[in-house]
Design a protein around this ligand. Sequence first.
Ligand code: TYC
Length: 139
Amino acid sequence: MTDIDLLAMTDEAPGALRLEPVPAWAGPKEDDAGKDGGGKNSTETGTITKTRPKTKRPNLYRVLLLNDDYTPMEFVVLVLQDVFNKSREEAMRIMLHVHQKGVGECGVYPYEVAETKVTRVMDTARKNQHPLQCVMEKQ
Ligand code: TYC
């Protein structure tokens, strides 16, 4: 895949910076030009470029915890505090939600951040021999 293909696939929104060539006919008027006037005897050469603010929204992923019958509630609360930086109260609320509903959201992050958090949860659960499951889904 070429860079052009990748560019075409990018989901852009207002705000980001992007350099775009401006055709000669769309360039500055004589009044706007540099100190030589930019008129028909102008010595200015080169491509005129203009910046336009653009932002790229990152693709976001929800990180979800799944309920099971064996992982201790306290372990889930500690994971939520440690991996997802939740307060004790918020961690308790999320854990109870997952316990009662079967699934619950721990946070929404760009792809690589979400992936790292899922890995951290799964690694710590496995090390402690708990069946806790954590998944991510595109928002
Ligand atoms: N259901 C578990 C229990 O009763 C607690 C639990 C909550 C497990 C949330 C996993 O994602 C989970 N010990």
